[in-house]
Design a protein around this ligand. Structure first.
Ligand code: SF4
Length: 77
């Protein structure tokens, strides 16, 4: 029986309009349970190494202004 393994990759998209927002950066760093966001000197930073830990909890999306943060699921077959 053939088995297909689909790997899921998560991409987190931060809109340019809020990427430099230090307050939002701190908030995102706080809400994400797996530390995908980092409040850096230039605003919101994404910790690429942690992306595969995303639990799709949506807390980051809810913490940000409408549409400013998007969590995108990418599949590779
Ligand atoms: S959906 Fe949850 S785990 Fe994934 S990046 Fe947002 S806050 Fe972090």
């Amino acid at each position: 029986m053939a088995e297909t393994l689909n790997a899921v990759f998560i991409e987190v998209d931060v809109d340019a309009s809020v990427a430099g927002d230090a307050e939002l950066a701190k908030k995102l760093e706080e809400v994400c349970p797996v530390d995908i966001f980092k409040a850096g000197g230039s605003g919101v930073e994404i910790v690429a190494d942690n992306l595969d830990e995303c639990v799709l909890c949506n807390l980051c999306v809810e913490a940000a202004p409408d549409g400013a943060v998007r969590v995108v699921k990418l599949y590779e077959q």
